[in-house]
Design a protein around this ligand. Structure first.
Ligand code: PLP
Length: 365
């Protein structure tokens, strides 16, 4: 079976983790500090702050810089944490529709939803496809908004050749096993703001600003040095893994072009995609079967696939309950027709060919 992700660690990554285990210094310490320094240098940010996971990264930003009653614009087509980490802080996520081609937040739709309480926008570089960062920055400046980039899926994505981690105000990463970079559970907040970085560091540690001296309510969101050791070691192969993802995506794009009823995510012009996921849209009338039938046919040919996401955030029961129902037609269409195919760094060129053949054989079969 050709899997949808490759979450295996290398022998060097395992050895780095074992070395921390042997040292007995398991908690967040020197290795975590070294991981932060290396990650900040890699993406070009002034500060990188490790934390327990990508959700914690977003949560810490909302705790550090926002008040209950504030509003943040978020795309409907994303993982729940993009919105829920605001909501748990009393910040209302204003759920916006997305572009049908790039699958990224639609700024024209977002603009209609701005109120005097709107304080931020949290765009997601979905599946590794970078937003047009210039457009988002112009939008944010026009409306006086902060930007919280959800970069959970986009390690290594570039905007006009610059790493997406190099932009203000906050860039939040996840190191969950399926991500482009993975340590188990882990996250990182990048920012160029000294004060915000300081606040996030002490919120990560129970609001402690001196030894057993707590000046605000915080959480224990520390990363352990075991995970940091894996991350530090894995940074050495990040570029090579990204190169394989890009090679695979190019082969999939070429191999799947021209199939009636099958369309691909449009890469943002001037952006460099990091291919966390390679997603296709299936139009049943032209393709010859539904998205779910395609998934079954691929499975029968030894190819795994995934549905990200089967519903928009506005269709999640908790948000319907909290904020009421609404219709977001582009997101709903994507949710009904999208399918992720294997693109990860563990695939050989022959595996990718198998995926292409399996999709072609499924069309109208
Ligand atoms: C877009 C997005 N945001 C946030 C997160 C949260 O990251 P984590 O699972 O590390 O908490 C994820 C992870 O799946 C994600 O895909």
């Amino acid at each position: 079976m050709i899997g949808i992700a490759d979450t295996r660690l290398t022998e060097d990554e395992i050895a780095a983790a074992v070395s921390v285990l042997r040292s007995g210094a398991l908690r967040q310490g020197k290795v975590s500090d070294a991981f932060e320094t290396a990650f900040a240098a890699k993406v070009g940010a002034k500060h990188a702050i490790t934390c327990a996971n990508g959700s914690a990264a977003l949560h810490l930003v909302y705790m550090a810089d926002f008040e209950p009653g504030d509003e943040v614009l978020v795309p409907a087509f994303t993982f729940i944490a993009t919105a829920s980490m605001a909501a748990v802080c009393g910040v209302k996520p204003i759920i916006c529709d997305v572009d049908p081609h790039t699958f990224l937040i639609d700024l024209a739709d977002a603009e209609k939803r701005i109120t005097p309480r709107t304080k931020a926008i949290s765009p997601v570089h979905l599946f590794g496809n970078p937003l047009n960062i210039d457009a988002v920055q112009t939008f944010a400046q026009k409306h006086g908004l902060k930007i919280i980039w959800d970069a959970a899926q986009s390690h290594g994505a570039l905007w006009k050749g610059t790493d997406i981690g190099d932009f203000d105000d906050y860039v939040c990463y996840s190191f969950y096993p399926s991500k482009n970079m993975f340590v188990g559970e882990g996250g990182m907040v990048c920012t160029n703001d000294d004060d915000a970085a300081h606040r996030i560091r002490y919120l990560r540690m129970h609001g402690q600003t001196g030894k057993y001296y707590h000046t605000s309510l915080g959480l224990n969101y520390r990363l352990t040095d075991v995970e940091a050791a894996i991350g530090l070691e894995q940074m050495k192969r990040l570029d090579a893994m990204l190169e394989i993802r890009r090679r695979n995506a190019a082969a999939l794009t070429a191999g799947l072009s021209g199939i009636a009823g099958l369309s691909l995510q449009k890469v943002t012009p001037q952006g460099t995609h990091a291919w966390h996921q390679f997603c296709v849209l299936v139009e049943p009338a032209e393709f010859g079967c539904t998205r779910d039938q395609l998934a079954e046919r691929l499975q029968a040919q030894g190819v795994a696939s995934g549905v990200h996401y089967p519903r928009g955030l506005h269709q999640q029961p908790i948000f319907e309950q909290m904020y009421g129902k609404c219709a977001l037609p582009v997101t709903e269409r994507l949710a009904d027709t999208i399918l992720a195919l294997p693109v990860h760094h563990g695939l050989s060129a022959a595996d990718v060919e198998t995926v292409v053949d399996a999709v072609r054989k499924s069309a109208g079969a």
